[in-house]
Design a protein around this ligand. Structure first.
Ligand code: MN
Ligand code: MN
Length: 357
């Protein structure tokens, strides 16, 4: 069976043949990341038998209580990637500062940023979790990277990807030539190409948002969701389903597979906090994958890939998915439609006739 399939290594070698000047170092780095994901997948699969469930007593830089598996996954990412001379530095959700490469190892020409375990509160209830990562060029190859080296807009990424640990483990990545998915064969321990050139379906009928925050939402978000909830009798003229997995990776995987839109907007619950997800190692890789799959990722006001990070753990409002849906939300932010009515929204469909709908 493996003879009929393309392994991740073969896929990367074939991609590299389009770039004759490429040294193969990026491929080496991606394969190392894939190894970390395989190791995490195995720990996840053993669950309670592996003693990986439950919380640690520590909190991370975000002030979040770490789960045992957050710590294990972070260690795996660091140990697998620090020795090979491919990276000049790494930034993790779990670390305040860039991880210093141990002195005995060479420094490379790439930067690796990652959330080693996304959606980690899902682990105790046996729901999908993931890892998400992004690769940037080191501004100073061969020497230790400093924090400012990482503050590059998402458009500078040379690779972005994630692994989802669900009923099967799937690694999805882009090196700028579309988005491709590889399913882990657990017996071979190999990622095999199963989803070539993923494209986000254009007609969406699902949206994902944490509706418990509704009272804190900004009016454009509330308006978009109200339009969806109004279903067939509202301005969208069709019924929508709502989804919420509480893991950005799992939401992204569903949207790449089945379409729809995800929103974690800025809200007024904690006004000082600009959204929930982290720009460098969540929103940026999500945005590159989504754009490479034909979709769009936005803050509501602008393209996520254009945002230059100001600090390593910066949060950002994030809307991503099918292009038309994201553009509709951006239109609401831009005030391109009628102002938000004061009265119940869908007394009249005439509201939206301005756009000929
Ligand atoms: Mn996360
Ligand atoms: Mn995490």
């Amino acid at each position: 069976m493996v003879a009929d399939r393309t392994t991740l290594a073969r896929f990367l070698i074939e991609q590299r043949s389009h770039h004759p000047s490429a040294s193969g170092e990026l491929n080496g780095l991606i394969l190392d990341v894939a190894l970390a994901c395989k190791a995490i997948s195995k720990r996840v699969a053993y669950g309670a038998l592996g003693g990986v469930l439950g919380a640690e007593t520590t909190t991370n830089v975000q002030g979040e209580r770490q789960r045992k598996l957050d710590v294990i996954a972070n260690e795996l990412f660091l140990r697998v990637n620090e020795w090979g001379g491919l990276v000049a530095g790494m930034v993790s959700e779990e670390l305040d500062d860039p991880h210093p490469i141990p002195p005995q190892y060479p420094r490379g020409k790439y930067l690796l940023v990652f959330d080693p375990l996304d959606g980690s509160s899902n682990i105790d209830v046996n729901v999908s979790v993931g890892s998400i990562f992004s690769v940037l060029r080191a501004p100073h190859p061969g020497v230790d990277a400093t924090a400012p080296d990482f503050l590059q807009p998402g458009s500078e990424q040379v690779c972005a990807g994630y692994a989802i640990y669900g009923p099967s483990t799937v690694l999805v990545l882009t090196v700028g030539t579309g988005v491709h998915g590889f399913t882990l064969d657990p017996e071979l321990g190999e990622f095999l190409l199963t989803h070539r050139d993923l494209r986000i379906p254009e007609s969406a009928s699902e949206f994902a948002i944490n509706a418990s925050n509704r009272r804190f939402w900004e009016p454009p978000v509330r308006r978009y969701v109200d339009e969806c909830l109004a279903g067939r009798s509202g301005p969208r003229g069709k019924d929508y389903n709502m989804r919420w997995v509480a893991s950005a990776v799992a939401e992204l995987h569903r949207i790449l597979t089945r379409g729809g839109v995800f929103l974690y907007p800025r809200d007024t619950k904690e006004p000082a906090r600009a959204g929930r997800l982290r720009l460098l190692y969540e929103a940026s890789p999500v945005a590159l994958l989504v754009e490479q799959a034909g979709g769009r990722a936005s803050t509501g006001h602008r393209r996520v890939l254009d945002v230059v990070p100001e600090h390593l753990h910066q949060r950002i409002p994030l809307v991503f998915g099918a292009r038309d849906e994201v553009e509709r939300i951006e239109d609401h932010y831009a005030g391109g439609l009628d102002p938000l009515p004061q009265q119940p929204l869908f007394g009249s469909r005439g509201l939206f006739r301005v756009r000929g709908q």
